[in-house]
Design a protein around this ligand. Structure first.
Ligand code: C5P
Length: 426
C-alpha cells in the first residue's frame, strides 16, 4: 500500500455492505489506503471483484488459503494497518468480537490485532436492542472499541423503523479520520451511541428527550407568476440532517422545509412550504420550542407584485421585476418578547471574512449562536460535507471538514450541553 495511512476494512454480511464500496472510494480520495477482508456472509452482498477493483488490491476472505499465508499471513494482515474498521458490523461479528471467537479470517484478524478497532454497527432494530447485543456492545466499549452509528431510520425490511441503519460512508470516514488522528475519545459521542451510567451500565443517550426542537431547512421559492419563481441552490441536506439528529437525540422535532428533493426525515413532523412568508407563518405556528435552528436559505427578496396569471412574451416589452425584502424569520423569532426559544441558532454562509460577518450577524439577528461556513467555491451548497465555525459572544470554535450528518450530530450534542438539558438515559 503506497498511501501513508491505511485501514483494514472488514466487510460483514448485511445489506449495508454496498455502502463500503463508496467508503473505499472516499478513503482513497482522502489518501487512506484500504486492504479488505470480506466475510462469507459479506460475499452474499458484494463481490470480492468489486471490492478489490476499488481498493486496488486483492480482497482477502479465506482463513486457510495457502496463497494468503505465503503472501501475507492473517497476523500480519491485522497488524500492517493503522486502524481496523468493521462495516457493517453485524450482530454476529459484534458477538464474536465480544467473546473472542476466531473461526474465520475476519474474527481471527480482529483477535490478533494490536491496532485500534472502529465498528459501524448495522442490524435490525430489535437485534440492536436485544439484551445480548446490549451486553456485547457494553463489553466492546469496555475493551476500547470505537463506535460510529448506528443511525435511526427506515430499515430494508418493510415497515421496520428504529436504530440500526449503518452510518453513512462520510460519517464513517469522519470517524476514521478522528481515530487516525487519535482524538476520537475526546469527541462528543454521536447521538444514539451507547452511554454509561455512573454505575457503568450501558444506556441509550437521549439528551433532548422531552424537548421541542424547531428546524428550518432548504430554499424558498418566491413566485414571479403562477409558473415561474426565484430560488437558490440550497439542497436542505444540512437542515434535514440536523432535524434527524435532534430526533435521534430524543427531541420532538418540527421541520419547516422549503422545496427539496429529500425524503422527510423519520420521526420528524415535516411541514412543507414554498415562500419565505409561508415559512415564517409555519415557523411561528410551530412555537413554542426549546431550541430553534434556522438552517434554511431564505430568499432575501420576493417579487413585489407576483402576476396572478402567466406573464406573456411580447405584450408590453421585457418585464422589470420590482423586489421587496422578505421578513427575516430568524430575527423575528430571536427578538420575540414572549415565547422566545431558550436557544436560537442561525447559519451564515459567506464567501469572505466568514467569522467577522458571523459575529456581526449574531448581534444583528439577536441569536445565541451562529454556525458559519465558507461557501466560496467549495461545493458546500448541495455537497455532502461542511466546514463550520461555531460563533458565540464568547468566542469561535472551528470544526474540521465533516459529513453534514456528523456536523448535525455534533451540533445537537453541543446544543444539548449548552441548554443544560444533557442527561443520560430517558
Ligand atoms: O442574512 P443571512 O441570510 O445571511 O442570514 C442567514 C441566517 O438567517 C440563516 O440562519 C437563515 O436561515 C436565516 N434567515 C431567515 N430569514 C431570512 C433570511 C435569513 O431566517 N429572511
Amino acid at each position: 500500500m503506497s498511501a501513508s495511512r491505511s485501514v483494514l476494512l472488514i466487510i460483514g454480511g448485511g445489506i449495508a455492505a454496498y455502502k463500503c464500496l463508496e467508503l473505499i472510494r472516499r478513503l482513497k480520495d482522502h489518501g487512506i489506503a484500504s486492504r479488505c477482508i470480506l466475510t462469507k456472509a459479506g460475499e452474499a452482498f458484494v463481490t470480492p471483484l468489486s471490492v478489490s477493483s476499488l481498493a486496488g488490491e486483492r480482497c482477502y476472505s479465506d482463513l486457510f488459503s495457502l496463497t494468503d499465508e505465503a503472501d501475507i499471513g492473517h497476523i500480519a494482515l491485522s497488524r500492517s494497518t493503522d486502524l481496523i474498521v468493521v462495516a457493517p458490523a453485524t450482530a454476529d461479528l459484534i458477538a464474536k468480537m465480544a467473546t473472542g471467537l476466531a473461526n474465520d479470517l475476519a474474527s481471527t484478524a480482529l483477535l490478533a490485532t494490536d491496532k485500534r478497532i472502529l465498528i459501524a454497527p448495522a442490524m435490525n432494530p430489535r437485534m440492536w436492542e436485544h439484551p445480548a447485543t446490549r451486553r456485547n456492545m457494553a463489553q466492546l466499549e469496555k475493551d476500547g472499541v470505537l463506535v460510529v452509528g448506528p443511525n435511526s431510520g427506515a430499515m430494508a425490511e418493510r415497515g421496520e423503523n428504529g436504530p440500526g441503519r449503518m452510518a453513512e460512508p462520510l460519517e464513517i470516514l469522519a470517524a476514521i479520520e478522528r481515530a487516525l488522528a487519535g482524538d476520537m475519545a475526546a469527541q462528543p459521542r454521536a447521538i444514539g451511541f451507547l452511554g454509561r451510567t455512573p454505575g457503568g451500565a450501558a444506556i441509550a443517550q437521549k439528551p433532548l428527550a422531552g424537548k421541542h426542537v424547531l428546524v428550518t431547512s432548504g430554499p424558498t421559492y418566491e413566485p414571479i407568476d403562477p409558473v415561474r419563481y426565484i430560488a437558490n441552490r440550497s439542497s436542505g441536506k444540512q437542515g434535514h440532517a440536523i432535524a434527524a439528529a435532534a430526533a435521534a437525540a430524543g427531541a420532538s422535532v418540527t421541520l419547516v422545509s422549503g422545496p427539496v428533493g429529500l425524503p422527510d426525515p423519520d420521526g420528524v413532523t415535516t411541514i412543507h412550504v414554498e415562500s419565505a412568508r409561508e415559512m415564517l407563518a409555519a415557523t411561528e405556528a410551530a412555537l413554542p420550542a426549546d431550541i430553534a435552528i434556522f438552517a434554511a436559505a431564505v430568499a432575501d427578496w420576493r417579487v413585489a407584485d407576483a402576476a396572478p396569471e402567466k406573464m406573456k412574451k411580447g405584450t408590453s416589452g421585457t418585464p422589470a421585476l420590482a423586489l421587496v425584502e422578505n421578513p427575516d424569520i430568524l430575527a423575528t423569532v430571536a427578538h420575540r418578547k414572549t415565547g422566545r426559544p431558550a436557544l436560537v441558532v442561525g447559519f451564515a454562509a459567506e464567501t469572505e471574512n466568514v467569522i467577522d460577518y458571523a459575529r456581526a450577524k449574531l448581534a444583528r439577528k439577536g441569536c445565541d449562536l451562529i454556525v458559519a461556513n465558507d461557501v466560496g467555491g467549495t461545493g458546500v451548497m448541495g455537497g455532502d460535507s461542511n466546514t463550520v465555525h461555531l460563533v458565540t459572544r464568547d468566542g469561535v470554535e472551528t470544526w474540521p471538514t465533516l459529513a453534514k450528518e456528523e456536523v448535525a450530530s455534533r451540533l445537537i450534542a453541543h446544543l444539548a450541553g449548552l441548554t443544560g438539558v444533557s442527561k443520560a438515559g430517558a
